[in-house]
Write a protein that binds this ligand. Structure first.
Ligand code: HEC
Ligand code: HEC
Length: 502
């Protein structure tokens, strides 16, 4: 696969998903128009248009800010994606005293006018598509049972409102014994110290109260016989395009007018709580950061950053805080031209070689160089380690097929070549270390020049991939060519360059 097919595949994969999941639904829903009522069929005039302004729009922001969408959905699923219709209250009511069966699936029109459709992420709490209706019903039931209990003593002040129930829930979802289990987080911070709802709480409850998506069940999802299909598409591609829900096919929706744009009209100008929600709540003071403020601040930051960069530190120069003739002193006890003291080359090479040994040989020959006696031979006192340098170097660079210097063959059978990634300098360090550790005391330093000769010898072998054998090593029983180095030579331990004694 080359980069072009790869990119093409990526674009095709993500592009088609994006097209079908984003672009097509966007174009199918963005042109959504409010649906006018049919005067004859619906027995009313006006438009179906859910209310999305004033307190309700503010509340949608509070809802988003507080992450309610993480646990609550606003989507009564279509039957093909998991039936919610059977849930009384969830999707509407099975037996509404006034309207009969009001249950239905969510349709695209339900989100009309929302800047962001808060469909939700997970259903940890119940779906809230009809939470307004649900709480209204509970309030009515509670009020009537109160009426029964109080009898004559009941007065209008004792009426339980849906709003008050929602406030109570927001303030403490675990207030009653039956709700001790609730995992709905408390929003007590939306109330002041006297328990009075702040502007945010008012807005949020306004928003929750506006959630009524239980309008008359449209014919398209009724349990009656299905209308004849308009399109018969056998091709999968066309099927995907044309079976996506088309709002224009649902003209029979008859929503309740409460919470729709003509609330005031519907309530003949009466100041109902629903009508009050048409206006913004003055207690809600928070406004989202405008994009203009963001842009202006960005420009200021960019310009300011440029100016600071151009000033090259002169704006806040420390020079002004330092006395004119100040000279920085030296740390006590340190010589003027302090550098690390030179060391004997043998010591430096042994030290360097130790870390290479740890990386390359430790696993088999052990940190004390003694091997384990059964699988891996000891390097302490080994004739090939302490003997001629070319023979030793070829064991390291090519590996070894036993028998070893003692004639013994070890359990592991063969030592793999260790020359990979090793340059002449490394090999010089490593060989010097092994020849002068674990009780070995050859006392010489393998110079990088000699180590290079070892690499050349290894490269010139007839079969460089095979490990050397005792037989082959007979031909390498000599010292490596190249200039030797006096082990007492002093060098700089960092640069390895010869350094004069101090
Ligand atoms: C951690 C998950 C979680 C989060 C976040 C959450 N809720 Fe809940 N909510 C639940 C659960 C679980 C229930 C069911 C238990 C109950 O009724 O208290 C519930 C119940 C509710 C109910 C009662 C619904 C009914 O039909 O009885 C309302 C109203 C509600 N939540 C509103 C909110 C609001 C508003 C927010 C954001 C401020 C929110 N929830 C955030 C988990 C959550
Ligand atoms: C994977 C395990 C392994 C590693 C790593 C290894 N060796 Fe070996 N080495 C062996 C085995 C096994 C033998 C014996 C070979 C045989 O018996 O065929 C051996 C033999 C030797 C011998 C011959 C000893 C003698 O006296 O005959 C030397 C020298 C030696 N190894 C040096 C080294 C050095 C230096 C390193 C690190 C660069 C190293 N080995 C890394 C397994 C290993």
């Amino acid at each position: 696969m080359n980069i072009r097919t790869f990119l093409f595949g990526m674009i095709l994969t993500f592009g088609s998903a994006w097209l079908l999941a984003v672009v097509v639904p966007y174009y199918k829903t963005r042109e959504m128009k409010p649906i006018p009522y049919d005067e004859v069929a619906d027995e009313k005039t006006g438009f179906y248009f859910p209310k999305r302004s004033g307190t309700i729009a503010q509340g949608a922001k509070v809802y988003a800010e507080n992450g309610c969408y993480v646990c609550h959905t606003q989507l009564v699923r279509p039957t093909y994606a998991g039936n919610d219709i059977h849930r009384d209250g969830f999707a509407g009511f099975k037996a509404d005293p006034d309207r009969g069966d009001t249950r239905r699936e969510t349709i695209a029109l339900d989100y009309m006018g929302e800047t962001f459709a808060q469909i939700g992420v997970m259903r940890i709490g119940p779906d809230l598509s009809n939470v307004g209706t649900r709480f209204r019903k509970v309030a009515v039931d509670l009020t009537s049972s109160k009426k029964e209990a109080e009898g004559e003593a009941f007065d209008a002040d004792m009426t339980v409102t849906a709003e008050s129930l929602l406030y109570a829930h927001l303030q403490n979802p675990r207030a009653t014994v039956e709700k001790r289990w609730s995992t709905c987080p408390s929003s007590a911070y939306l109330f002041d110290e006297n328990g009075k709802p702040k502007g945010e709480a008012v807005a949020l409850v306004g928003y929750l109260m506006s959630m009524k998506k239980d309008d008359a069940v449209p014919a398209s999802i009724s349990f009656g016989p299905k209308p004849a299909a308009k399109w018969v598409c056998h091709h999968w591609f066309l099927a995907i395009f044309f079976t996506m829900s088309d709002p224009k096919q649902l003209p029979t929706i008859r929503p309740d007018l409460d919470e729709s744009i003509n609330v005031t009209l519907a309530h003949s100008g009466e100041p109902t709580s629903a009508a009050a929600r048409e206006n913004a709540h003055p207690g809600y003071t928070r406004e989202s950061l405008s994009i203009m403020v963001f842009c202006i601040c960005s420009v200021i930051l960019i310009v300011a950053g440029g100016a600071l960069g151009k000033a090259q530190g002169s704006l806040f120069s420390y020079a002004s805080t330092i006395r004119p003739d100040y000279v920085r002193g030296k740390a006590p006890g340190v010589a003027d031209d302090a550098v690390l003291p030179p060391k004997a080359i043998l010591d430096v090479y042994v030290k360097k070689g130790q870390s290479l040994y740890s990386a390359k040989c430790n696993g088999c020959h052990m940190s004390d160089g003694k091997g384990d006696g059964a699988n891996y031979p000891s390097l302490a006192g080994s004739a090939w380690v302490n003997g001629t340098s070319e023979r030793f170097s070829q064991v390291i660079l090519n590996g070894l097929q036993g028998p070893t210097s003692t004639g013994k063959v070890y359990g592991a059978g063969v030592m793999p070549a260790q020359g990979g990634g090793m340059n002449a300098q490394d090999l010089a360090f490593l060989m010097t270390f092994v020849r002068n550790s674990f009780g070995n005391s050859v006392g010489d330093v393998i110079s990088p020049e000699q180590a290079q000769a070892a690499l050349d010898v290894a490269a010139a072998r007839k079969n460089p991939a095979a490990p050397v054998t005792a037989e082959e090593l007979k031909g390498h029983d000599k010292d490596l060519s190249g200039a030797k180095i006096d082990p007492t030579t002093l060098i700089d331990p960092i640069t390895f360059k010869p350094a004069p004694a101090k």
